[in-house]
Design a protein. Structure first.
Length: 185
């Protein structure tokens, strides 16, 4: 059996895993953003809230890992089709942004989020802003990847797709910074 044929034969189950992984990852990411906003209203996180956010962060991570592995199988089922698709390339670019954004959140924001003064200490303002920026990037990126995945055909160039994504993301970041300023200054 040829390698391409092998990937074509397992494309359907890989697609099912892919869709479930997107639901898991995106659902957990969106819920953690909503809950973070709700939990932070009193300017502190209790142990239950931290535990809840940590479970959701793990679900996002597992979702992303499954998305990547199932996506690789789907990609290898028809390399020529995917490599020449502006929609696919835009999805991959945004997925890379999602992974980098998650890294920033886990590496820099999460350790400070666990400290008592994260929401009130002026020294934490930069990281607090970063957490809001990353939240906006997360929501917009997940919704963008999902939207691009659902749309069957799209006759827009890669550059235009990314330009639209960047414009929406910049708007979302600006809104998130206004919310941070209103709530925590």
């Amino acid at each position: 059996m040829e390698l391409v044929e092998f990937f074509q034969n397992i494309k359907t189950p890989a697609t099912v895993v892919h869709v479930i992984s997107v639901i898991l990852g995106m659902g957990a990411a969106l819920m953690s953003d909503v809950l973070f906003s709700f939990f932070s209203k009193d300017k502190k996180l209790n142990k239950t809230e931290i535990f809840t956010l940590s479970i959701l962060a793990k679900a996002v991570l597992y979702g992303l890992v499954l998305i990547i592995f199932s996506g690789i199988i789907i990609f290898f089922s028809d390399v020529e089709k995917y490599i020449s698709s502006a929609k696919f390339l835009a999805k991959m670019t945004i997925l890379i942004i999602l992974v980098l954004n998650g890294y920033l959140l886990n590496k820099y924001v999460w350790p400070h989020l666990l400290q008592k003064g994260f929401f009130t200490n002026k020294k934490e303002r930069g990281l607090r802003k970063l957490s809001f920026i990353c939240g906006a990037i997360s929501v917009i990126s997940w919704l963008s990847v999902c939207t691009l995945g659902v749309i069957d055909t799209l006759s827009i160039s890669y550059t235009l797709l990314l330009s639209i994504y960047i414009a929406i993301t910049l708007f979302g970041v600006a809104v998130s910074l206004l919310v941070e300023k209103k709530e925590f200054n």
